[in-house]
Design a protein around this ligand. Structure first.
Ligand SMILES: [Zn+2]
Length: 132
């Protein structure tokens, strides 16, 4: 096996049939402990849904971010390292993955619902061979 253990690629197939790849990097290769659990975690209410409202490049390998918690409306403007920002981006990708999963389940649920209606119509003889 020649697989790089530092990251894994997850393929997501959208309901439209298109597929996208989400690359995940393992957190084990990040040296040193982060200042807190991650900048995606709100220090006020511990929600992990903190989103960047704006970002711009700061000096060096740093980024100036305006962070906001959608849960308690906490906001903070600060300068973060490349590693911290990458970690946040990874969390955002996780959120995207969750959303796509939900979307897929929703599409399947809709299909199942249509199938039920189709079967019911068949039982009631609403669909006749000449319909096809
Ligand atoms: Zn919060």
């Amino acid at each position: 096996m020649n697989q790089d253990p530092k990251h894994s690629v997850r393929r997501i197939v959208l309901p439209s049939g298109k597929s996208i790849e989400v690359v995940r990097f393992s957190e084990q290769d990040v040296a040193g402990a982060p200042r807190r659990e991650g900048i995606h975690v709100c220090p006020d209410c511990a929600s992990d849904l903190v989103q960047p409202l704006a970002w711009s490049e700061a000096s060096g390998d740093r980024w100036e971010l305006v962070l906001s918690c959608p849960n308690c409306r906490w906001t903070e403007e600060g300068v973060y390292t490349q590693a911290e920002v990458e970690e946040l981006e990874e969390r955002l990708d996780d959120g995207l993955t969750d959303m796509l999963d939900d979307l897929q389940r929703l599409a399947q649920a809709n299909m199942a619902d249509e199938m039920d209606r189709f079967i019911e119509a068949l039982h009631r003889d609403h669909i006749l061979p000449e319909d096809f």
